[in-house]
Design a protein around this ligand. Structure first.
Ligand SMILES: Nc1nc2c(ncn2[C@@H]2O[C@@H]3COP(=O)(O)O[C@H]4[C@@H](O)[C@H](n5cnc6c(=O)[nH]c(N)nc65)O[C@@H]4COP(=O)(O)O[C@H]3[C@H]2O)c(=O)[nH]1
Length: 784
């Protein structure tokens, strides 16, 4: 009969009440059981207890309420299993099942119990049996020794049924509660574990990020200096074991500051990122590229069998970097200077190796940028000297080891003293006098230049004041300003303060900024120059002609002077190229209303030529070396120097003979001593150029074979420097090669064989002088 055939009586308080399933094929058994368990007659038991309490004098105990059950039943094992399954699925599991042992026509009790436990292993089971058809041992054998199985012998005592139901349902409840607690505990533990895991993950992530931040450069994502040094140390250990070499490179971007200033910080950063990406792209996984700061990078190539292989990687890097970068609609050409050192050849200390590579990169910069320079012993010596000077420099100011020397500048028209250049001298007690060319760059690097500059400024102004107080007419004093000094914030304030402190009129002060410093950073320099001009200070551009001038800037610089670099002055008498540059600079400066000062003029010939080419002022050993203030006093009081005077005639009666053999020049001089022309002689090209610079000469006769410069080359320079002068070449042998060259170059007008015939030579010279006179006339005519 289906379960629904008997009305299912359920108690109202279903949640707190244990659910019991009865499975028995005997309906009257079911009825009886149900009644016992739901229990209308249990009030009688209660009354009985009350009566006992009255009789034996006990107070009727405050009785715990009798357990009540929700009972459902069925008459067949399969049905019981299904009921159990659907109750479980509905979340209303049975606590106890009373199962009849014998149920003919269906599953017997044991089979039923097995099926029930397959559905719900927690179910407490009571086997009800009236027969001894299964011993307890047999039951245990079949079902196992389990604590959720009890045996009830029929006919059963209602109390026994109730006790079994109560105890087992309580046990079931406790077991469930424990299971729930355990599940909760598991859940709690799982949750807690999950939280801890999350916290741990988070912490690991933060730690990883922190580690990355502390070992990487935030802008480019490249390794930073500490990580680079660490990798270098590791690589050195490995390289030592494997007897390999390592290459360490220092990379400095050329003129990055200019780009950064022009593009602005944000685009400058972007450019650095692009540079980093491009460099990384041409390196191997095993290489380490690091950004040390600013525009400086370091590279470690550990996978190097031979350092030479690595050099080709560096060349590739240099080439890739030189390709233009597209940024903000512009094509930017950026190059780099690269220095490298090799482990173990150059050293065994990581810091040293990086320092050597850095020194080599700076050397590469000096050599003209966009190039690679390997560390070498010469650089090593320079570095050691640098270290020595650097530590000595720190004490130089305190120990009063500096002194200012002054070198006069002379006006080439009047010979008057037009100014003085103050030049710093360092007298070191042990190392002797040290050139500013050696220590100024060091002072620029370590920042001492600012203190040194301040000292120089105050010293020069105080000296000017002292001269003023001695009644000496004040010349203008020029001071050098290095690029770092010019970049120093508050420079104009310092100068104003110094002028105020010393009471010097700013018109007596001139500041010289090199062409390179001015052109490197015009956006900063132009406003600075304007502020200095406002203060009344004069400005000059130093070493003009050696840098990469953007000539259009020249109009924007509020300067009054260009200082022509000494290298051109040195070549003025002998090198047509130097002369051409000097001419061009003078013409340019004059068109812009600027004066030109030539520095390092050492010879009379140079001074004469500079004057002849329209240079305004000159400075150099020819007039005076830089001197201490006291030694300059005679010149300052005189206020002028004697200018050299070129021979006044036009050279139409002058001949210059150049031959390295003195007996040749002497013989010619003797032969023509009574002639109508004067004979000058020289035994080397330098002497000859010097004579030509100081005298006009109508005819030049040069030997072809000379050790310092052959005749063709000499005459060719003469052709370019003094085009009107007539040139004759002595060819000692039948030297067709030199004859052909002389003709091709147009170096010589005439050729004459050695040994020569005096009559023939005299005739050639006379013709030459006539030709020269005609050239001069034409020239004068052309000049109007
Ligand atoms: N061969 C030759 N040399 C001559 C002749 N006449 C002068 N000189 C030298 O040429 C250099 C000219 O100075 P500079 O180009 O400004 O070049 C200077 C300047 O750039 C820097 N310097 C010197 N004093 C200072 C200073 O007080 N501050 C700064 N920032 N730099 C300075 O050091 C450089 C070298 O200075 P010095 O060794 O004094 O070298 C000076 C000077 O002594 C000559 O006829 N022949």
């Amino acid at each position: 009969m289906p379960a629904s055939a008997l009305p299912v009586r359920t108690n109202a308080d279903t949640q707190a009440i244990a659910r019991i399933l009865l499975i028995d094929d005997n309906r009257s058994n079911l009825e009886l059981m149900r009644e016992i368990l739901i229990g209308e007659d249990r009030s009688a038991a209660h009354n009985l207890e009350s009566l006992e309490a009255a009789l034996f004098g006990d107070k009727p105990a405050a009785r715990a309420p009798l357990p009540r059950f929700t009972v459902e039943h069925c008459e067949d094992g399969r049905e019981g299993r299904d009921l159990l399954a659907s109750a479980l699925a509905a979340g209303r599991p049975y606590a106890v099942a009373f199962v009849d042992m014998r149920m003919p026509g269906g599953w017997d009790g044991l089979q039923t119990i097995e099926a029930l436990w397959q559905v719900d292993a927690d179910l407490q089971v009571v086997i009800c049996s009236a027969y001894d058809d299964h011993s307890w041992e047999q039951i245990v054998d079949r079902l196992g020794c389990l604590d959720n199985l009890l045996f009830l012998r029929k006919p059963f005592d209602p109390i026994e049924v109730l006790q079994l139901a109560t105890a087992l349902s309580e046990k079931w409840r406790l077991q469930r509660a424990r299971q729930n607690q355990l599940a909760e505990l598991h859940q709690h533990v799982a949750e807690r574990t999950r939280h801890l895991q999350q916290a741990l993950d988070q912490r690991l992530r933060v730690e990883r990020e922190l580690l990355h931040l502390s070992t990487h450069d935030a802008l480019t994502g490249l390794a930073n200096r500490p990580l680079f040094m660490d990798r270098l140390e590791q690589a050195m250990i490995l390289a030592q074991r494997q007897e390999r070499q390592l290459l360490i490179a220092f990379i400095d971007l050329d003129r990055f500051k200019q780009f950064n200033d022009r593009l602005g910080r944000q685009l400058g950063d972007q450019l650095l990122q692009m540079v980093a990406q491009r460099m990384s792209a041409c390196l191997r996984e095993s290489d380490t590229l690091a950004r040390l700061g600013g525009d400086e990078f370091a590279l470690l190539l550990p996978d190097t069998k031979h350092a030479k292989d690595a050099m080709s990687a560096l060349t590739r890097l240099l080439g890739r970097l030189a390709e233009p970068f597209s940024l903000a609609g512009e094509e930017l050409s950026l190059t780099c200077s690269l220095g490298c050192s090799i482990y173990p050849d150059d050293g065994a200390d990581g810091e040293d190796l990086l320092r050597y590579a850095t020194a080599a990169a700076y050397r590469a910069k000096e050599l003209g940028r966009n190039t690679i320079q390997a560390y070498n012993p010469e650089l090593h010596a320079r570095l050691q000297e640098r270290q020595l000077l650097e530590s000595a420099l720190h004490r130089a100011l305190e120990n009063n080891e500096f002194e200012l020397y002054y070198q006069p500048q002379i006006d080439l028209r009047s010979g008057r003293l037009s100014g003085l250049e103050a030049l710093l001298r360092w007298h070191h007690p042990q190392l002797g006098d040290i050139s500013p060319a050696r220590f100024i760059p060091i002072a620029e690097d370590n920042g001492l230049i600012h203190q040194i500059g301040e000292w120089t400024l105050y010293s020069a102004c105080r000296q000017l004041l002292a001269w003023q107080q001695q009644g000496i007419a004040l010349p203008r004093v020029a001071l050098n300003l290095s690029a770092k000094q010019a970049a120093q914030p508050g420079l104009d304030a310092l100068i104003s303060r110094c002028l105020k402190d010393t009471g010097i009129d700013p018109c007596y002060l001139e500041l010289e900024l090199t062409e390179t410093a001015s052109m490197d950073d015009p956006e900063h320099i132009i406003p600075l120059m304007q502020r200095l001009r406002k203060l009344g200070i004069n400005l000059a551009i130093d070493d003009f002609g050696t840098g990469y001038s953007n000539l259009s800037y020249l109009q924007l610089f509020p300067v009054g002077k260009l200082k022509l670099d000494g290298s051109f002055v040195r070549g003025i008498t002998s090198d047509a190229g130097s002369m051409a540059i000097i001419d061009a600079v003078i013409a340019l400066a004059h068109r812009l209303g600027l004066k030109v000062v030539a520095e390092m003029a050492e010879t009379e010939a140079q001074v004469i030529q500079l004057a002849a080419h329209g240079c305004d002022q000159v400075q150099g050993y020819y007039f005076s070396p830089p001197l201490p203030a006291a030694k300059l006093e005679p010149l300052l009081r005189a206020g002028a120097a004697a200018l050299p005077t070129p021979a006044g005639d036009d050279g139409a009666k002058r001949v210059l003979i150049l031959d390295d053999e003195q007996h040749v020049t002497s013989a010619i001089r003797r032969a023509f001593r009574h002639e109508h022309f004067e004979v000058l002689t020289a035994n080397n090209a330098a002497q000859a150029f010097d004579l030509l610079a100081r005298h006009r000469v109508g005819v030049v006769l040069s030997d072809q074979r000379m050790p310092d410069m052959n005749g063709n080359r000499f005459l060719n320079q003469v052709r370019m420097l003094y085009p009107e002068t007539v040139r004759i070449l002595f060819t000692g042998y039948t030297d067709f090669q030199s004859i052909r060259e002389a003709i091709n170059l147009g170096a010589a007008h005439q050729l004459i064989d050695k040994p020569w015939n005096n009559g023939e030579l005299q005739q050639l010279i006379s013709q030459g002088l006539e030709q020269y006179a005609q050239n001069r006339q034409q020239q004068n005519g052309a000049n109007g």
